[in-house]
Design a protein around this ligand. Structure first.
Ligand SMILES: Cc1ncc(COP(=O)(O)O)c(C=O)c1O
Length: 390
């Protein structure tokens, strides 16, 4: 019998499969590979979180939750975020989602009309492209440079604003560079957002992973910005809970109310048992999150030092997250070819730079999400590979 003979949606067809997932899959199909490809903590979710979630499931937390979220989690999250941001966050500002990804899906579906433009600093999390395009929008990039520590220049944002620019999408700490937006930059970006009437979507899923005693700073705390910023948060990286798929958004109540409709029609609600786990994480695992950050800082130091030892590699010292994004432009033409050869010859998986933006072709992303012994070995292999081949 003849199969279905019509075409797939143009937007979906044009999306490329995720390079991060592709490299991770390839690495897992080979023996002896040290994979620095996927961005998730190697730590397991704390035992007390798993136990509490399991206990709650046994006692009936297995039904649909309200679309906005489990009321007890909303209450606890409200307290937690008030403490972290110093803002009068109330229940109406909050939405629980299926991962930070669920919050990104909801916000772009909620605010974009066909042709609306979203400005994002480059390098950027590749998934943004799909989120914006699936919602009918266009993602436009604002370049940053490794030599400048990937710092965003607000005037570069201002220059690119058109009558169609609706959203400024920020990500601090940044995936893939680990850079954070400095206070004076946030001040200026806030002024631009107010002048140009932009909504800011501030992806802060790495907010708990900031090094060197720095405090996490957000544009939402700048004057007038609580009324025009939607912050994207997640339990994935902060509490080692990637597989539970639990995130959240907070923002102006009218936008949150509309986003809640998207959640209702996409997923109905976030997983009930995962929401119980998130509640337990907030109550029991703050120290765990801090200790994990300290360990990531030690790993950052190890990987950064090793990369600065390799001639021809330009590298910025990450201030947060768990990625480092060296530029190999003095050595290579194509990060993809480099990554494949490195995997084949030295059994180390990294992600080629190209999905993070067109200017990143000669960069690679390294996730320092493994124990230091393994990271040390991986860096030795990378050094040996570069020395022998470039
Ligand atoms: C910048 C950024 N935002 C959002 C996410 C989504 O994370 P999750 O859906 O696990 O919360 C990720 C995951 O890697 C990320 O790097």
């Amino acid at each position: 019998m003849r199969g279905w003979n019509r075409s797939i949606s143009d937007v979906v067809k044009a999306l490329k499969p995720s390079k991060i997932r592709e490299m991770t899959l390839l690495a897992s199909s080979m023996e002896g590979v040290i994979s620095l490809a996927i961005g998730e903590p190697d730590f397991h979710t704390p035992t007390e979180v798993c136990e509490k979630a399991l206990q709650d499931a046994m006692e009936g937390a297995t039904h649909y939750a309200p679309s906005q979220g489990d009321p007890e989690l909303l209450e606890e999250l409200e307290r937690y975020l008030r403490g972290r941001y110093g803002l009068p966050i109330a229940k109406g500002n909050l939405l629980i989602t299926a991962g930070g990804m669920g919050a990104l899906t909801a916000i772009f579906r909620t605010v974009l009309n066909p042709g609306d433009e979203v400005l994002v600093p480059e390098p950027h999390f590749p998934e943004y492209m799909a989120h914006v395009e699936l919602a009918g929008g266009r993602l436009l990039r604002v370049p940053t440079e490794v030599e400048e520590g990937y710092a965003l220049r607000p005037e570069e944002v201002r220059k690119r604003i058109t009558s169609k620019t609706k959203v400024l999408l920020l990500n601090s700490p940044n995936n893939p560079t680990g850079s954070v937006l400095e206070g004076d930059v946030l001040d200026e970006l806030a002024r631009i957002a107010l002048e140009a009437d932009l909504l800011v979507v501030s992806d802060e899923v790495y907010d708990r992973l900031i090094f060197d005693e720095r405090r996490h700073e957000s544009i939402v705390t700048r004057p007038g910005m609580f009324q025009r910023t939607v912050v994207i948060g997640s339990f994935s990286k902060a509490f080692a809970m990637t597989g539970w798929r639990l995130g959240y958004a907070f923002g102006p109540p009218d936008i949150i109310e509309e986003m809640t409709k998207v959640v209702t029609y996409y997923t109905s609600c976030a997983s009930s048992v995962s929401q119980r786990a998130a509640l337990a994480a907030l109550r029991t695992s703050q120290k765990f999150a801090d200790e994990m950050r300290e360990e990531f800082q030690r790993r950052r130091d190890l990987v950064y030092r090793a990369l600065t030892d390799i001639p021809g590699v330009k590298v910025n010292r990450p201030a947060g997250a768990f990625y480092i994004f060296p530029s190999l432009e003095a050595l290579i033409e194509d990060g993809h070819e480099f990554a494949l050869r490195l995997l084949e010859k030295e059994r180390v998986a990294v992600v080629p730079g190209e999905p993070f933006g067109p200017s990143c072709k000669r960069c690679v992303r390294i996730a320092f999400t493994l124990k230091r012994e393994l990271l040390f070995e991986a860096m030795e292999r990378i050094k040996r590979f570069v020395k022998a081949n470039y």
